[in-house]
Ligand binder design. Structure first.
Ligand code: SF4
Length: 210
């Protein structure tokens, strides 16, 4: 079975396991999802969700965040780790949003990745979940691990992995593919002990590196 056929089966079967895949980061608009996704680097979504309500009550939009004291932002995001870099990037990104986009979240990969601290993964998550645009597939630690194990890529480079994955799935499902692989990676195809014996993909997965 080639990678394209395997990908089609993987997509169909994971949809039966997770019929309503949704992002775990709580958000109400593109700005909130952008901030939450930046904070989620090297941190669990659950922890980010404990921090963002306080963050958004103080800085509900790019305008307020652009004027924030970086030290105050550091204090609020401290629990998410790498807090100095995250706070610095978030305030700088808000300033750029005000200067270039009148405080709106731009709907393009190039403009999003021009923001400090925003790489393709974050941009893809914001574009597909908050702006309804399936430009690429967000490759995080789960997607990276599962794509390799499932034989959908031979690379460990997120940019190359995304390029390998994109032709294998329908464009309209790019956002959903990220959610499905993340959920499956958390619950079944775990980093240390993948549960191959109870996995719905057991018969088609090459289990590379497992
Ligand atoms: S068979 Fe094992 S390695 Fe393959 S997807 Fe399932 S849990 Fe992961």
């Amino acid at each position: 079975m080639d990678a394209a056929a395997r990908a089609t089966l993987i997509h169909a079967r994971l949809r039966t396991v997770f019929p309503h895949p949704e992002p775990a980061l709580v958000h109400h608009n593109a700005y909130e999802l952008l901030v939450a996704t930046v904070l989620a680097a090297q941190c669990t979504d659950a922890r980010v969700n404990t921090v963002t309500p306080g963050f958004f009550s103080r800085w509900p939009d790019p305008s307020s965040l652009a004027q924030a004291d970086v030290a105050a932002v550091e204090g609020v995001v401290h629990a998410t780790g790498f807090f100095r870099q995250k706070a610095k990037n978030l305030v700088a990104a808000a300033k750029l949003l005000m200067a270039r986009h009148e405080g709106r979240i731009p709907a393009s990969m190039a403009e999003l990745t021009a923001l400090p601290g925003v790489a393709r993964k974050t941009a893809n998550i914001v574009l597909s979940n908050a702006l309804g645009l399936n430009v690429g597939i967000a490759v995080d630690t789960h997607v990276r691990r599962l794509a390799f194990r499932m034989g959908l890529t031979t690379s460990e480079n997120p940019v190359i992995i995304e390029k390998d994955l994109m032709p294998l799935f329908p464009r309209a499902a790019y956002g959903e593919i990220n959610h499905l692989l993340v959920l499956f990676g958390r619950e079944v195809c775990k980093a240390r002990k993948p549960r191959c014996d109870s996995c719905v993909l057991d018969d088609i997965c090459p289990k590379l590196g497992v």
